[in-house]
Design a binder for this molecule. Structure first.
Ligand code: NAD
Length: 244
């Protein structure tokens, strides 16, 4: 059902940074479409239960047909989109000798899905008004590099290039496109790292701690709700780890 409320679609919105962003965007007045995949269904439902106004969107972004079905669902349930947050991601952690072509392709499939969703959702941005926000969650390691994550770092660097190019294509329609590049954030993605890796990471962060997902969500909310003259840029949120 359509309403006059602005609508934000959050991919990977059922866990970690995506979940925090879904909650903060809902708090800030958006109706939030929470995209998720099967394995995190319970978590996505729990996020939905905590927000004032939202709906669930089950779709695997590696599958173009599922993206198309999700778009039809968004059109039916919301009728418009004001903000797209591409937060879904996976990180495959192996050194170059152990990484397989299948690993590489899986990693690449997520950024391909984010690109395809963005391309296809644009028409919903145009229905009501000539403006909007697209925010991509990239990563510090797309800039600094990281041992054991070559395909992940390549895809995150690609996402920032996507941000910069899309900004130029959409500026004439007043759709602002930015990346938020987190450092190391306390989410399911980092919770499973081996203890010695966690210690090495902590030792390297000037602020001496991992970030909270809400600290990323606050920056996303700023871009979604208030920033009007920022586009094509990467905002680093990493406790001093890397300055861009
Ligand atoms: P997370 O694992 O909780 O979140 C990733 C989400 O993406 C999950 O909900 C997962 O189900 C979803 N997802 C994975 N494959 C998908 C697919 N094919 N289709 C749809 N959804 C899919 O971890 P997170 O840390 O919250 O990660 C969120 C984003 O932040 C990711 O893009 C990640 O790369 C990025 N990031 C995380 C950190 C960190 O330290 N946690 C640092 C930099 C960037």
């Amino acid at each position: 059902m359509s309403s006059d409320k602005p609508v934000a679609i959050v991919t990977g919105g059922g866990t970690g940074i995506g979940a925090a962003c879904s909650k903060v965007l809902a708090r800030d007045g958006f109706r939030v479409g929470i995209n998720y995949i099967d394995i995190v269904e319970d978590s996505a439902k729990a996020v939905l239960a905590q927000i004032e106004d939202g709906f669930l969107l089950k779709a695997d972004l590696t599958d173009a047909d599922q993206i198309e079905s999700m778009l039809a669902e968004i059109k039916e349930k919301a009728g418009r989109v004001d903000v797209l947050l591409n937060a879904a991601g996976i990180s495959i952690n192996k050194d170059i000798n152990s990484m397989t072509l299948e690993d590489f392709d899986l990693q690449r499939a997520i950024v391909r899905g984010s690109w395809y969703l963005t391309k296809r959702i644009l028409r919903l941005f145009m229905l009501r008004k000539n403006s909007g926000r697209i925010i991509n969650i990239s990563s510090v390691v797309g800039h600094s590099g990281n041992s054991g994550q070559i395909p992940y770092t390549m895809e995150k660097a690609a996402l920032d290039a996507f941000t910069k190019s899309l900004c130029k294509e959409l500026a004439g329609r007043n759709i602002l496109v930015n990346s938020v590049a987190p450092g190391f954030i306390d989410t399911p993605m980092t919770q499973n790292l081996p203890e010695e890796v966690k210690k090495r990471i902590l030792d390297s962060i000037p602020l001496g701690r991992l970030g909270d997902p809400e600290e990323i969500a606050d920056v996303v909310s700023f871009l979604a709700c208030r920033a009007s003259y920022i586009s094509g840029t990467v905002i680093h949120v990493n406790g001093g780890l890397y300055g861009g």
